[in-house]
Each structure stands twice: as C-alpha cells, then as structure tokens.
Design a protein around this ligand. Structure first.
Ligand SMILES: [Zn+2]
Ligand SMILES: [Zn+2]
Ligand SMILES: [Zn+2]
Ligand SMILES: [Zn+2]
Length: 736
C-alpha cells in the first residue's frame, strides 16, 4: 500500500510533484473542479438556507471513480489544489466523494512547487478549512443569484445571449462613466512660457512661474504675448541655487494586481495572458536533467510578505552580483493592504539560482519575459534606493520669477536591475547665485487641457483594487469577461465601451444603481472576507442581500423598457425623413428606420468624441479597387451584414466579402481571410489570395491572439451545446 495519495487539480502539478515525492506517494489530478452549480437551473435552494445544489460536472464521474480507486490503495489522502478559496472548494468537493472510505484526509497548501515547498507541506499538512469554503460558497451563490436573474432580463429587454454579473457590471460601469466624462469634457486653452538664457557654461532653460508675486497661467494668446513683451524688457539674475537629494525606494515584490499591471505596461500582456503564463511557471516547467520544477511562488496573492530565507537569498544575490554598495544595511520590509491574506507570500522566483539567463532554453519567449520581470522585481525589492540630485535655479527679473530645474542620477541603486519610467535626466550648466543672465529666446507655447484618459487593463485593475472590488483570483476574469461579451473593445491599448456596452450599462444603472455600485460591491467583498475569518455567517449575508435584491429585481422586470423596439436616436431617416432608432442586432448596434417594415432603411453609425451619433455613409470607401472594372469598391449592408460592392453598380455587379482582418496563417502568404457563403448557405473563410493559396476554414476565426502560444487567431467551436475558443496551432481551448 502506498503511504499516501496526493490529489491536485492539474496534470502539470502531478508531473512536478511526482518527481519530488518519489515512490511512496501516488499523485493524481482532478483536472479542475469536479462539481459546480447546474447549468440549466438556478441551483440554489433559496427557501432552504440558500443551500447550493452542486452537481458533478459532465465527464467528471470517471475522474471521481479513478480518484476513489486510487484512494482505496492509499493509507492517507492529501488534497493539494491551489491554496486559495477556489482551490479550497475543489478540495472540499473531492473530500466529500472520498470521505466514505474512512481514510485520513489532509490539506496541502502548496505555495511553491519545489522540493522544499512540497516536503514542508507534507511534513506539516493542514486540515480542510471550512470557513474558506464557506466564503467561496457565498461568493459563488451571490454571483449565481445576480447573474442568473439579470442575464435573462437582458435577453428579454435587449437581446439573447447577453450577460450581466455582480462584479463585471461594476467594471463596465466604470468604463462607461469614464467615456461619458470624456464626452462631456470641454478642453481649455492655456499657455506656458519658456525662457532660454545664456550663461558662461551654456544655455539655461527656465519656466516662467510668477508675475507680480502671483502664479502666472496665461489663458489666451493675447495674455501670453503681453507677458512675452514685458519679459523682453526685464534684466535677469540668479537669486538662489538649491540642491536636494531625492531618494526613490524600490517597489514591493509583485502581488497579483501589480504583476498584471506591470506585465501590461512593459510587455503588453493582457491580465488573462499574464495569469496563464504565471500559472505555468508556478505549476512546474521541465528543465532538462533537473526535471520539472515550479519556478515561482503561487501567483494569486495580495500579500507582499517574503519568507525570511528568500530575503536572505536575495541579499546574498545582490551582494554577489552587484556588490555591497547595492545592499541595504537592513532588509526592506513591505506592508500589505489590510485585506491581504498573510499566509500567502509575494510572487517571487522559487530560487535565484535559476536566473532568466539559465532558463532561456526551457521557456517560451513570453514565459521567459514574465519570469524575467518577476525575477528583477523581486531582487530589486531588496536593493538600495536610487539617489538623484535635483537642482533648482531661481531666477528673477523685473516682476517675474522663473525656475530652471534639472535632475541627475547619483547612484542608480535598484534601477540597475529594474528600470522605471523616470523623469528624464537633465543636467543644468553650473551656475552661481547672483550671476547675471542674458536673455536669448522666449518660447510661448499653446496647450489644451486633456480629458481623463480611458482605462487600460492596467489602470482598470489598479482602480478595482483601490476601490476594494475583486480579489487576486478575479481581476483577470473581470476584464476578460467584459471584453468577450462585446461590451468593451480595445483601441490602441485602451478600453472603450461599445454601443452595446453603453446601452446595457444605462439599463442596469437605471434599475440597479445600488447593486452595481463600487461602494456596495466593496462592502460585499469585505463581508466575504469576514465569512472566511469566522466573523460572519454565510446564510445571514445571503439573506440580507437577497431581500433587497429580489424587490429591485421584480420592480425592474416590470419597469425596464425594452430596447427591442429600439432607442430614439434623433437622426432623420435619409429615405423617408422619419426618425431612426438604435437597434441591437447580431453584428452590434445600428440605426433602423422607425417606419420599418414600410421603410427598410438601415445605417451603421459611430459616435464622435462628444458622444453624438455620426451616420456612416452608406457607400463608404475602402481603398479597395474592383478587379473587374477598376472602380472603387464601397461597403454596403445586406441581409447578412456588410459586404463590398463595386461603386459602378448596376453596370458592374461585382461584390466581395469584407475581410476579417485576420492574416492567412499559411507560411509566407500575404493574404487575409475573407468571409464567404457557399451555395448551400454555409459560411466559410477563405484566403484572399485564392486560387493561388488554398487555405480554407469552416469554423469562424476570432480575431484574438492565442493567450498560450501567440497564434494570430482562435477558432470558434461548438461541442455538445457548448462553445469553445480553440487555438488551431497549440490546441489551447477555453469555454465561451
Ligand atoms: Zn425611413
Ligand atoms: Zn466593377
Ligand atoms: Zn493564403
Ligand atoms: Zn495556441
């Protein structure tokens, strides 16, 4: 009989652990959750203390049977799913299946999948944590109550297939409100004035700060010109030279949210991609002879705590690699947020022996880039501060006061390893107090105030974190959900609400203002934390929540206006002059004549920066030329959406499908995939270089990079009434 059976949720973890625990232990995987709420019904017994009705996930019966068979042959059972609430739930569901065997069941909290991490966990196994499971259950039920009730409401009022969610809708609201702020923004003109002086050591550039004892902020060209004229008449000298040392502390080692933000900023990885890569680094990577080993500590954490051995290792690494002058006399200690789970550690390499350089041969380009970032950030967190010298030269002339400033790096400290966007270094010519200056040039410059920027994935996650919404396990999912639902699109890296997103948000805010509000959502998150700490009861929380929710929901069901009839747009129908209305179709929102079906006029539209509707000209130019007659092709909208037609119609009847914008995957082919319709009506995708290129695809390609291998598109696949996004190259798949 084996000494023990270790059950984890992923086959990769199995491989990593097996190598370390040897023959005494059997290691098996549950391959994710084994139970969940049912798909076809609410699955929460509201009258009966909100008890969830967990059912075995389709296809998992077999897995459970295998685990049972293995458990029978083992003396003890160790449950090692991820050390967070989600992992705790998996552990509990497995334990429920195995408890009939009457064998001791222990919980392994594996913060790092290394020899040390696994052996320590096995030496000190813990018990299943009922409070953590309660907290996970409460979250799952809350999300279910909201999603399962709100989504059908949207199907009824807007269109089928939409979704709303407790946290996802709050994130959407933030993005939509920012968009409205931008639309309402009125840019204001202002001017700055720079003055260039001549000194003995070279030119000195100063900014005009004050006039007649008050700060100057010219609003118009006229004001700026008056100041320029007055400046020309003054004579200038240096009144004071100040030198200050500025110290910049290294940032704390990564937690989930900061890792996602920095990976976006530096590597342009989406939060989802970052988590996928980090998961692989954590679960173990095959390193040639050494075998598989977990390269980083657990990646879902909000704690910046670092184990003392790891701090010592970092200090030794710094001293050896960079020298004593880069080593602070005492280790830096960082403080976590108050909500942080202190059993966790920051995200760091499991060994600094494994430098990014040494791992090059074993990691993909993206894995290596992320590992390198984690490595640098961690080591840098135990290095000395960067020191700058800032010089400020105060200049006076007549009733004017000016300031020239420069910053020079004195000691780079942690910046040698972890560069940050520093203010550009600028040195000033050496000058003395009392020195007279000759005016060389005056440079007035016009500016306009800028609207608040749209969110990026990074700034959205930072905002969610600051407002106390979401937790390390949910940030990435929140962002990817609103993108996948078509509520938000990415434009030059910024998150912009779609027309559908704005419509849905308006409806939800009008009827559930309290539910999808940041303060309320943050308090719910806190309540979930309190359940985990044993300070609050799950049933009591759910009861409180549901009482108010049910009332609002019933009211909304009655009062929410249906958008199916359309929303007035204020735009006149170009065919008959009646008002056009906004409708939501398969391909998003569009304008349709309110006299439909008598008038069948439809138009696409966009919004300008003020949020006003701009009708897209029907015969929009595309730059494409008709290959039959040489006239330009224009975009038309037909029964099946937009297509290209020759502008020479009716003399030339050439039409072409619109390109999907997805490049042909054939090596070296410059073509793009075009949507086509076979005579049978079936849609397929074909290379624009056909017949020279024979690439053809019968599934819909999605213009979305594979988060695992970076392939340029994924394919939509239907299997057993479920939809998946599948990578044609590496087999990566996820449910839609
Ligand atoms: Zn009309
Ligand atoms: Zn033509
Ligand atoms: Zn091709
Ligand atoms: Zn792939």
């Amino acid at each position: 009989m084996k000494k023990g059976l270790i059950i984890v949720e992923s086959p990769t973890k199995v491989r990593t652990i097996k190598k370390i625990v040897g023959k005494d232990f059997e290691v098996a995987a549950s391959v994710g959750h084994i139970k969940d709420l049912p798909k076809s019904r609410l699955g929460v017994k509201i009258e009966n203390g909100f008890e969830p009705e967990y059912v075995t996930i389709k296809g998992k019966r077999e897995v459970i049977n295998k685990l049972k068979a293995a458990a029978k042959k083992a003396a003890e059972i160790y449950l090692g799913p991820d050390p967070d609430r989600e992992g705790e739930a998996i552990a509990w569901h497995i334990a429920e299946e195995l408890k009939g065997l009457k064998k001791p069941i222990r919980r392994l909290l594996l913060y790092e999948l290394t020899e040390k991490g696994i052996k320590e966990a096995l030496a000190r196994p813990s018990e299943l944590d009922p409070l953590k499971f309660e907290s996970q259950k409460a979250r799952r039920i809350l999300d279910r109550l909201v999603g399962y009730n709100l989504s059908p409401l949207l199907w009824e009022k807007v269109k089928r297939g939409l979704s709303a969610g407790r946290v996802q809708s709050v994130a959407l609201r933030l993005i939509c409100e920012r968009e409205r702020e931008r639309e309402a923004f009125e840019p204001e003109e202002y001017w700055t004035i720079e003055v260039v002086f001549e000194t003995q050591a070279g030119p000195l550039v100063a900014k005009l700060k004050r006039y007649q004892g008050r700060p100057v902020k010219p609003k118009t060209e006229k004001e700026a010109k008056a100041l320029v004229a007055a400046l020309k008449k003054a004579s200038f000298s240096i009144t004071k030279v100040e030198r200050k040392e500025i110290r910049r502390k290294p940032p704390a080692p990564f937690i989930t949210s900061t890792l996602q933000q920095e990976a976006w900023r530096r590597l342009r990885f989406s939060a989802k991609k970052t988590m996928l890569l980090a998961q692989r680094l954590y679960e173990g990577v095959e390193l040639g002879e050494e075998g598989a080993v977990g390269l980083i500590t657990y990646m879902r954490t909000d704690s910046v705590r670092v184990a003392s051995e790891a701090v010592e290792e970092a200090r030794a690494f710094v001293a050896e690699t960079f020298g004593q002058e880069f080593l602070p006399p005492k280790p830096h200690v960082y403080k976590s947020r108050k909500t942080a789970q202190e059993a966790h550690e920051a995200i760091r390499p499991t060994s600094l022996q494994r430098t990014p350089e040494k791992l090059k041969a074993y990691l993909s380009k993206d894995e290596l880039a992320l590992y390198d970032l984690i490595f640098r950030r961690f080591v840098a967190s135990q290095m000395v501060e960067a020191r700058f010298e800032r010089t400020e030269v105060h200049i006076a002339g007549g009733e004017f006061e000016l300031l020239a400033s420069g910053t020079v790096l004195v000691h780079p400290g942690f910046l040698v390893l972890y560069r940050q966007e520093e203010e550009a270094e600028k040195s000033l010519p050496p000058v003395k107090e009392g020195e007279g200056l000759r005016l060389l040039e005056i440079k007035p410059e016009q500016h306009f105030t800028q609207p608040p920027p749209r969110y990026t994935e990074a700034s959205l996650i930072r905002t969610l974190e600051e407002k106390g919404i979401g937790r390390p396990s949910t940030y990435a999912q929140i962002v990817s959900t609103i993108k996948e639902r078509g509520y938000v699109e990415t434009e030059k890296g910024y998150l912009k609400p779609t027309e559908l997103g704005l419509l849905v948000n308006d409806l939800l805010v009008a009827h559930f203002p309290h539910l999808i509000e940041t303060g309320f959502t943050a308090r719910l998150e806190e309540a979930l934390d309190e359940i985990e700490e044993g300070k609050r009861q799950r049933v009591e929380l759910l009861k409180d929540f549901y009482q108010t929710f049910e009332d609002i929901l019933n009211k909304a069901r009655e009062e929410m206006a249906s958008l199916k009839a359309g929303v007035p747009s204020g735009i006149k129908c170009p065919a008959c002059g009646e008002e056009m209305i906004i409708r939501v179709g398969k391909a998003g929102a569009f304008l349709a004549c309110s006299r439909y079906p008598e008038c069948k006029e439809t138009r696409d539209y966009v919004r300008d920066e003020k949020g006003s509707i701009k009708v897209v000209e029907k015969n929009r130019q595309t730059g494409e030329v008709c290959e039959k007659c040489g006239r330009p092709m224009v975009v038309k909208r037909g029964r099946f959406g937009e297509f290209l037609a020759c502008s020479g119609y009716p003399e030339c009847r050439n039409t072409k499908p619109l390109s999907t914008g997805i490049p042909c995957p054939k090596e070296g082919c410059p073509g793009q995939l075009l949507k086509r319709r076979a005579r049978t009506g079936k849609i397929y995708y074909r290379c624009s270089k056909a017949p020279e290129c024979d690439f053809i695809l019968w599934q819909e390609p999605l213009k979305e990079e594979c988060p695992a291998c970076g392939a340029p598109f994924l394919i939509r696949k239907k299997e057993r009434r479920k939809e998946f996004k599948v990578c044609p190259k590496c087999g990566y798949r996820e449910e839609i």
